[in-house]
Design a binder for this molecule. Structure first.
Ligand code: TYD
Length: 207
């Protein structure tokens, strides 16, 4: 099973992914966690370009879309497909929906063009379950310290991040069988319990 976590910056995805991975491993599953962009040697180099690590870079939104998907193509081929083929559960910290939310709803690139790029990059692989940790954009940004912020958090204004958060909600509403919308302002333990319930439910229907 392939599970992705999506949501605005600072919504607590990495904390929740760790909790879920631990729970699933304790119940005997092989779990592979991946993060986007990155997760392969080539992908980590692309990540450094994209997130402005080691210096500020200016990247056009179209270049962003292609770079995120270059990293994604390598990750799907090298890590995600082999893990799924072995029967592992793959948990992704962001996947293709982030391109639709950030480069599409945020930067205004056409969604149909982005979908074509995504289908090419992923060879059609989509998550079985996508958990949206929904949070008001300004609340998420306030949770992140200055030094932990990326180009996307510092370089775009509040209206960009509000469009991203609304974009995630629109994507979730359009595909309700794949997405679960969860309130990320809840206490971490309460949120973890909701995530666990959603994942156990999805696993049960696949047995
Ligand atoms: P990261 O440090 O991984 O942020 P987070 O911990 O919040 O996931 O940085 C990823 C940034 O890149 C984040 O601001 C979202 C953005 N992004 C896109 O714009 N498009 C994409 O396709 C992906 C995967 C991420």
């Amino acid at each position: 099973m392939f599970i992705s976590f999506e949501g605005p910056d600072g919504s607590g995805k990495s904390t929740q992914i760790e909790l879920l991975a631990t729970e699933l491993r304790e119940s005997g599953h092989e779990v592979v966690t991946v993060r986007e962009p990155g997760g392969t040697p080539a992908g980590e180099k692309v990540r450094a370009i994209l997130l402005g690590e080691g210096g500020t870079v200016s990247v056009d939104p179209r270049a962003d879309a292609l770079l995120f998907n270059a990293s994604r193509a390598q990750l799907v081929a090298d890590v995600i497909e082999p893990a799924l083929a072995r029967g592992a559960i793959v948990i992704a910290d962001r996947f293709a929906d982030s391109t639709l939310a950030y480069q599409g709803y945020g930067s205004g690139l056409p969604l149909d063009a982005l979908r074509a790029i995504i289908t090419f990059a992923t060879a059609g692989r989509t998550p079985d379950l996508t958990l949206l940790l929904d949070l008001a954009a300004e609340e998420g940004l306030a949770r992140k310290s200055g030094s932990g912020r990326t180009r996307f958090e510092d370089g775009f204004d509040a209206t960009f991040h509000a469009r991203v958060a609304d974009g995630f909600r629109a994507l979730a509403a359009a595909e309700p069988t794949r997405w679960r919308l969860l309130d990320a302002s809840a206490a971490p333990a309460a949120l973890a319990a909701q995530i666990s319930q959603a994942v156990q439910g999805a696993l049960a229907t696949r047995r």
